[in-house]
Design a protein around this ligand. Structure first.
Ligand code: CAA
Length: 398
């Protein structure tokens, strides 16, 4: 795909053109590699290169900073297409977005100029580091990584875990406590560049799924980060982290919808071909009911996903709600549909020679990362009933 053609992507015609190219790339380059990527557990640089060459790493990044300037809707559809064949490969696109969003949302013009074009082109890989050993769901309350200002430098100390693409990233948006007395409003965001003194990559996780996507520990030992790499004002980092998740959760929902659709497609074809009791199993009511329920869930999740993506495009006030609804429904759908796909294939479904067992393993993480399904429910309910705050000391309980 030429840069000239994709760099003006905005209309539905252009979206159709992009998706056409992506489907071809997936069929020719990604799908044939999916099983080997899972088996080796290594980051597929060849696939990253294909995505970079075809301008797929910066679809919704602003055109003025080297992005395509496309819509979030186009972006989630691209992630979905890739995830139908290979969940690990789809994360290359989704995490590039996740790593760039703190800069796009909270960065200055100078910071955007410095970082976004290289992320958009794929010359650099990005990552996002919020989670710590004691701070997963309770991202603000339990954060321990500290950043202390010394002159024009912040000194970071602490360890982040479960950082997707952390070992292959050139830049990582890291969240750290600058003022422990201020709770969530004492957290700040920084861009840590590979090679900064005091920064190193720790343990590589061995995982059930998304095995081609490296998940690592990041260690900061008196890591020196220039103050010019702080995103936004001191103390605004947690809000930036949350605004990022509002826009990145649809990317994970897209991955989940793609995994589910990939498994459903495979199970449907299998059900049309596999004969039992004298006819294709797809003609048996027991299997038909399963296929129909799988279809219902996938289409429902997709509708929520596309609506959430439209909310991202419009920066709607209720984006937080829709991102959580989409991620919750899509993650649960990915898990149930892939599990049923394995069931439809029976013993074959349990074999590594068929892709549905990989899809089932890959699906599980979509119920865990970017906020567990329980956190999505908490976020959804808070948009309905608010967050309860204990009465101030001495205030009467009513
Ligand atoms: N947008 C803007 N501001 C927001 C916000 C949002 N969506 N959500 C919260 N805030 C603000 C609040 O208004 C509040 O501000 P004030 O103090 O000024 O009132 C402040 O942030 C603190 O918010 P809460 O009081 O709601 O904080 P909390 O501690 O009660 O709960 C939470 C927040 C929703 C539970 C949050 O911690 C959360 O989302 N946890 C899950 C973390 C998560 O998703 N981690 C994923 C890691 S990334 C990953 O997984 C990527 C990968 O590997 C691919």
């Amino acid at each position: 795909m030429s840069s000239a053609s994709i760099h003006t992507a905005a209309s539905s015609e252009e979206e159709a053109m992009i998706l056409d190219v992506v489907r071809k790339l997936v069929a020719e380059k990604v799908a044939p590699r999916a099983a080997a990527i899972d088996e080796s557990g290594e980051f597929p640089w060849d696939i990253q290169k294909v995505f970079a060459e075809n301008d797929l790493l910066g679809i919704p990044f602003p055109a003025e900073y080297g992005g395509v300037g496309g819509s979030f809707l186009t972006y989630v559809k691209v992630v979905e297409e890739v995830a139908k064949a290979c969940a690990s490969s789809s994360l290359i696109i989704a995490v590039q977005e996740l790593g760039a969003l703190p800069i796009i949302i909270a960065g200055s013009h100078e910071q955007k100029q410095r970082f976004i074009p290289k992320l958009a082109s794929g010359e650099w890989t990005g990552a996002y580091a919020l989670t710590e050993a004691g701070s997963g769901s309770d991202a603000a309350g339990s954060m321990r990584t500290r950043a202390e200002k010394r002159g024009d430098t912040y000194i970071l100390n602490g360890t982040k875990i479960w950082i997707t693409q952390g070992s292959v990233a050139d830049i990582i948006c890291v969240f750290a406590v600058t003022d422990p007395s201020k709770g969530p409003n004492g957290i700040s965001a920084f861009v840590v560049e590979k090679g900064f003194p005091g920064f190193k990559v720790g343990k590589l996780e061995k995982k059930m799924g998304i095995r081609g996507s490296p998940t690592v520990e990041l260690i900061f030992e008196n890591c020196e980060v220039p103050a010019k790499n702080m995103l936004g004002e001191e103390g605004t980092g947690f809000k930036t982290a949350m605004k990022v998740l509002d826009k990145s959760r649809p990317g994970i929902a897209a991955q989940a919808v793609g995994i589910a659709q990939g498994a459903l497609d495979y199970a449907t074809t299998y059900a049309q071909e596999r004969i039992a009791f004298g006819k294709p199993i797809g003609q048996q009511q027991g299997i038909q009911f399963m296929l129909a329920d799988m279809k219902l869930d996938v289409e429902s999740a997709r509708l929520l996903l596309y609506e959430a993506a439209r909310k991202c495009d419009g920066s709607s006030a209720d984006l937080t709600l829709w991102a959580a609804l989409a991620k919750l429904k899509a993650g649960d759908t990915a898990m149930s549909v892939t599990t049923d796909a394995v069931q439809i294939l029976g013993g074959f479904g349990y074999s590594v020679e068929y892709p549905v067992e990989r899809m089932m393993r890959d699906a599980k993480i979509t119920q865990i990362y970017e906020g567990t399904q329980q956190i999505q429910r908490l976020v959804i309910a808070r948009t309905m009933v608010g967050k309860w705050k204990p009465p101030a000391n001495g205030a009467p309980r009513t």
